[in-house]
Write a protein that binds this ligand. Structure first.
Ligand code: FAD
Ligand code: EPU
Length: 295
């Protein structure tokens, strides 16, 4: 029987029993028993401090576009709901972590600021993108990130510039209970028409190579150094391999798609089959790119 949560935590806005299918782009998973949605940084801090005091493990959720959730989750989940205000200082743009990632790229384009075109097709939140050091078409967040603000696992507020070693391919130091609150990108004044043309080109490429019409969580495995996970899976003949409603996409082999009623267990099994077959055929150990949550 899970123990009751303390009053200090329950003062933070929250909902109960929310299906992860509604909180993630893949659309699978059990119930999020406790979803906390602070609307201010102070409330987020109160959440973390209350969890620390009680010795409760917690998770941070953004747009749920890089997540496979297996089963129900009793642990409190924090999903920031900060005001969607952007701050511009010269060519620098600061966004709250809960701001939509694609919406930020669009806002930058509208303001004639260049540098976030790569982000224009990457769903989720700004916080998730910083945590994952999201990237596409040869660019990633660390190329433009000049400051970030976050809560430490103890709930202290820190704002700093990134340092060497803190961000690399699809990885950052912002794990282990750190909560990104906002990020500042250093962009360049540019011609809005050119920025829009670049965004359109990236969208076109994405539209022809990725299964955007079906529910998915982006690429499932990281690209091994110098190789493409998609190509390795494709060469293993796994496109179209289906377990229940979970399938290796016919359009891009590193995407697993949900045809509607897939379960988390089906995705877990499909990921394992793909990983094993690629290891047998190519001798390459694929590492998940998605985050996997289980109790
Ligand atoms: P979530 O999925 O909610 O969370 C991912 C991880 O970030 C979790 O560990 C979570 O705890 C953590 N997290 C979330 N918010 C915070 C926060 N505020 N503070 C600390 N940690 C946090 N990714 C790419 O890099 N490049 C691509 O080209 C790309 N294309 C995609 C295309 C599609 C169609 C889809 C569905 C996904 C794609 N992705 C891509 C994957 C995904 O969109 C990115 O990883 C995205 O940045 C995740 O953000 P999110 O808010 O959805 O994070
Ligand atoms: N390929 C195949 N078969 C496939 C898929 C790809 O042969 O089924 C080949 C392509 O023909 C191409 C090569 O593999 O020659 C690379 O494919 P692609 O250009 O689609 O890029 P990717 O390496 O598979 C990466 C990122 C994507 C990002 C794109 C564009 C990873 C794991 N994936 O994909 O990011 O959108 O580049 O920059 O790094 C994500 O992280 O979730 C994601 C979607």
């Amino acid at each position: 029987m899970p123990r009751p949560l303390p009053d200090a935590l329950l003062k933070v806005p929250h909902r109960r029993e929310v299906p992860f299918a509604r909180l993630t782009t893949l659309g699978v998973g059990g119930l999020c028993r406790w979803l906390f949605e602070p609307t201010t940084e102070l409330e987020a801090q109160a959440f973390v401090r209350a969890c620390v005091r009680e010795g409760l493990p917690w998770r941070v959720l953004g747009g749920g576009s890089n997540l496979v959730v297996l089963g129900n989750l009793e642990a409190p989940v924090l999903r920031l709901a900060l005001p969607k205000e952007l701050r511009r200082e010269g060519a620098r743009l600061t966004a709250p972590a809960s701001h939509g990632h694609i919406a930020l790229a669009e806002a930058a384009a509208t303001l004639g600021l260049s540098g976030l075109e790569f982000a224009s097709g990457i769903p989720g939140s700004v916080g998730g993108a910083i945590r994952m050091n999201a990237g596409a078409y040869g660019r990633e967040w660390i190329d433009v990130l000049v400051r970030y603000r976050f809560l430490t696992p103890e709930g202290d507020l820190v704002e700093k510039a990134p340092e060497p070693g803190e961000f690399r391919y699809r990885w950052s130091c912002l794990t282990g209970g750190r909560v990104v609150l906002s990020a500042t990108a250093d962009l360049a004044e540019g011609d809005p028409a050119r920025i829009r043309a670049q965004v359109a080109e990236y969208r076109e490429k994405r539209g022809t190579s990725q299964p955007l019409s079906k529910r998915n969580a982006g690429c499932i495995f990281k690209n091994p150094p110098g190789q493409s996970a998609g190509r390795l899976i494709d060469q293993a003949g796994l496109k179209g391999l289906r377990i229940g409603d979970a399938e290796v996409s016919l359009e891009h082999a590193n995407f697993l798609v949900n045809h509607g009623r897939a379960t988390a267990a089906e995705f877990a099994e499909l990921m394992e089959v793909v990983r094993t077959r690629v290891l047998e055929l190519h001798g390459v150990e694929l590492e998940p790119e998605v985050e996997i949550w289980r109790e």
